[in-house]
Design a protein around this ligand. Structure first.
Ligand code: SAM
Length: 259
């Protein structure tokens, strides 16, 4: 299926915070409970350690994505505690408080950080979960170029794909949002109102889910992006890792300079 660069509602500056946060909190809850990214933990950990990175800077973090569960998995296998800084162009203030209350080495930057222009002061191994597809090819390429220019490692991970079956599966999203919302903490009145009384969150999550699939890059397209990058000492790994449970796979691109 051809890639489409359609708009996602949560990327729009006019998207109200309750709607964007409602969608990213839902996503955060699902990936924390289902742990689909667990399959890439060994590869990510090995790359962070091979790059000799002292911290991780997550871009497009939204509600925190998989980090609450992934951090514990990574730390089980690691002798050293690596701090993680979550960032977003539209920081999710309430998710930031919840994550920082979990007393892990995870902080959430309160200032907007654009993934295409990461400030030089934010050094660390960059990660992007379920967010690289938001960027059209020129900006996606710029994200990789910026990491290489600043000599930082980068890991990109996507759960969606342009497989017709996955695009179709997105019609189940409203059902999942309705079933899962009572379990998302903290319980928030706005989330309940805009899920059950005026169901903007399920509708927008379904729309963005479908568009996310259509925007996701294939491993071949990711490989193509790395070909023109400077930094011949960068080691690139691109491919798909099957989920530990259930059908599907995580598409990944990891690159770091060999120290
Ligand atoms: C689908 S959410 C993924 C959130 C999280 N990583 C997860 O796994 O649940 C995509 C996130 O990308 C953020 N985003 C969109 N454009 C961005 C940009 N230019 N720079 C940084 N973040 C951006 C959105 O605000 C949103 O929080």
């Amino acid at each position: 299926m051809q890639r489409r660069q359609w708009l996602e509602i949560e990327d729009q500056s006019w998207c109200p915070a309750f709607l964007r946060d409602g969608m990213t909190d839902y996503l955060q809850h699902v990936v924390t409970v289902m742990k689909p990214y667990k399959c890439i933990a060994p590869r990510l950990q090995q790359s962070i350690s091979a790059a000799k990175a002292e911290c991780v800077v997550d871009l497009g973090s939204g509600g925190g994505g998989p980090w609450l569960s992934l951090y514990r998995t990574l730390m089980e296998r690691s002798e050293e505690k690596i701090p993680v800084l979550l960032t977003d162009r539209f920081p999710n203030e309430k998710a930031a408080r919840k994550i920082e209350d979990a007393a892990l080495e995870i902080r959430y930057a309160r200032i907007p950080v654009d993934a295409t222009r990461v400030p030089e002061s934010l050094t660390g191994f960059r990660t992007m979960f379920s967010s690289f597809h938001h960027f059209p090819p020129s900006q996606a390429q710029a994200i990789l170029e910026d990491a290489v220019r600043q000599r930082q490692g980068i890991g990109i991970f996507e759960l969606t794909s342009r497989q017709p079956a996955q695009v179709l599966s997105m019609i189940l999203v409203p059902l999942f949002v309705l079933l899962i919302t009572p379990f998302i903490r903290p319980l928030r009145l706005s989330r309940l109102v805009f899920t059950y009384l005026l169901p903007l969150i399920p509708v927008a999550a379904t729309f963005d889910g479908i568009v996310s699939c259509l925007r996701t890059y294939t491993p071949d397209e990711l490989r193509e992006m790395t070909l023109s990058l400077e930094g011949s000492d960068y080691q690139w790994q691109i491919g798909q890792e099957k989920l530990l449970k259930g059908p599907g796979a995580v598409t990944y691109l990891i690159g770091y300079p060999m120290p």
